[in-house]
Design a protein around this ligand. Structure first.
Ligand code: NAD
Length: 499
């Protein structure tokens, strides 16, 4: 059995806590590795290394720091296949989807090469007589991030790339379900020239997370994962005086207007609903057709597409649309929620409950499900299922459809499919959701815009990547400077006023 490590101060080190988590092969249901779960002492040790290394890194000019990221982009491209394979093996997603996971992280590393430009401060010449005023962005020091299982390459890169570009040291606590890719990323960063101690991987669970939250040296915490944990980390981190941003769960609605191209909408829904087995925070999990006629036409287009979906292990290559879910517990939770849908009266139009894959009977595969006639009080609508289950809630009017998206507690992403520019514009303006697609089902913003939801999908003031990341990972310092000789002629006792 492979025993994974931490990556601390430039070395792979074995866990010393004696506690481990099983890393599964979701396709076979077998345990393929043991992930060490760090103790508080192990986490504190990594923080001490980070604190020792960070001042020199912060003093390295931003252009040189950016060159390390430039080199990292080359190395990520060089090792793309290796990273994608390791990612699929632990997560279960298909190889092209795993490569996309690496690619969307790599694009944020590319964006962060612009650090010298992004970190430029502001300067006011002659703010007063003989007085200049300038603001600079300085790194926070030791920063930390806690990431989910579903994007084990992308989300770590979304956090550590801007953190280190700004001159911080970064401690990453990845998901214990698929920790290998984050370890590989830390190795690559060092190969690219990152000094030891600036990016460290400490594997673990709640104990390591709490050690981050209660370590006074750690200045900021980024989190991506489920909403209850996001709320806990936000509240605890803020109470400890840290800068915190937490991104939580989702229930993304896609509104289908009567004038939409129904074939296009159905194609979009199948990819966005079932891709990655529905284990994406930007997956569409709720379809809201407007009017019964629209709903009937949509269901007619959807059913044959869903029935044709190919479910299998990533090793089957291009012959697979989506793979297994991550753990037996995730599978059991999806099955439980599907049963509540049936019990509460939704119509199960496509039933994936009996799905079996020959040779992979112990894998965590879940067949595709489609519910129609769901209502807003049902558990399949209120709760995040995080599986290949699409729920159709029929609305009679556009206002009712908009109201559904607005009233839901989550507000990560949403989409509208229509040929009507007026409806699309109205929707984008009024809906209280962070990321909006217009005839685009998964509107994940590119690296140079920011990513973040509203309502219970995000906690904190700044989004991930884009210019917000450079604000999150720096503090502003503003200097008012005067060099006149007159200052030597006596003190000033009233508050300075610019004349
Ligand atoms: P999770 O909340 O179970 O775990 C996320 C991280 O928190 C992991 O590193 C885990 O070790 C840690 N953790 C788990 N329990 C903890 C506890 N009690 N105390 C402290 N730390 C704990 O989430 P997951 O299952 O890995 O990921 C899926 C969730 O993430 C979904 O809800 C999904 O919507 C969400 N997600 C959100 C975004 C976004 O940007 N909004 C992106 C990806 C995933």
């Amino acid at each position: 059995m492979q025993e994974l490590t931490h990556y601390i101060n430039g070395e792979h080190v074995k866990g010393t806590s004696g506690r481990f988590a099983d890393v599964m092969n979701p396709a076979t249901g077998e345990v393929q590795a043991k992930c060490p779960l760090a103790s508080k002492e192990e986490l504190d040790q990594a923080v001490a290394y980070a604190a020792a290394a960070q001042p020199k890194w912060a003093a390295t000019n931003p252009q040189r720091r950016a060159r390390v990221l430039m080199k990292l982009v080359d190395l990520l491209n060089r090792d793309m296949d290796k990273l994608a394979e390791a990612l699929s093996r632990e997560h279960g997603k298909t190889l092209p989807d795993a490569a996309g996971d690496v690619q969307r992280g790599l694009e944020v590393v590319e964006y962060c090469i612009g650090a010298p430009q992004l970190l430029k401060g502001e300067f006011t010449d002659s703010a007063g007589p003989g007085i200049d005023m300038y603001s600079m962005r300085q790194p926070l020091g030791v920063t930390a991030g806690i990431t989910p299982f579903n994007f084990p390459a992308m989300i770590p890169m979304w956090m550590f790339a801007p953190a280190i570009a700004c001159g911080n040291a970064f401690i990453m606590k990845p998901s214990e379900r698929d920790p290998s890719v984050p370890l590989m990323l830390a190795e690559l960063a060092e190969e690219a020239g990152l000094p030891k101690g600036i990016l460290q991987i400490v594997n673990g669970d709640k104990e390591a997370v709490d050690a981050i939250l209660y370590n006074d040296v750690v200045q900021s915490v980024g989190f991506v994962g489920s909403t209850p944990i996001a709320e806990y980390i936000y509240a605890t981190g803020c109470a400890q005086g840290k800068r915190v941003q937490c991104f939580g769960g989702a229930k993304n609605h896609m509104i289908i207007m009567p004038d939409a191209d129904m074939a296009q909408a159905a194609d979009a829904l199948v990819g966005a609903g079932y891709g990655a087995a529905g284990e994406r925070c930007m997956a569409i999990s709720v379809a809201v057709p407007v009017g019964d006629d629209t709903a009937d036409r949509l269901i007619e287009e959807l059913v044959p597409r869903i029935e044709k979906l190919k479910v299998g292990p990533y090793t089957a290559g291009a012959d697979v649309d989506y793979g297994p879910v991550v753990t037996a517990a995730a599978k059991a939770n999806i099955e439980r929620l599907v049963q509540t849908g049936i019990d509460q009266g939704a119509k199960l139009v496509v039933d994936g409950r009996d799905f079996k894959l020959q040779g992979y009977e112990d894998g965590f595969f879940v067949g595709p499900h489609l519910f129609d006639h769901a209502t807003k009080d049902m558990d399949i609508y209120t709760q995040e299922i995080f599986g290949p289950v699409l729920t159709c809630v029929r609305a009679q009017t556009y206002e009712e459809a908009l109201g559904l998206a607005m009233d839901h507690e989550y507000g990560n992403g949403t989409a509208i499919f229509t040929r009507d520019g007026d409806a699309a514009r109205d929707f984008a303006n009024r809906v209280n959701v962070g990321m909006i697609g217009v005839n685009v089902p998964i509107p994940v913003p590119l690296a140079y815009h920011t990513f973040g939801g509203w309502k219970k999908s995000a906690f904190g003031d700044l989004n991930q990547h884009g210019p917000d990341a450079f604000k999150f990972y720096t503090r502003t310092k503003t200097v008012t400077a005067r060099w006149p000789s007159g200052i030597k002629e006596g003190g000033e006792f009233s508050i300075p006023v610019m004349e």
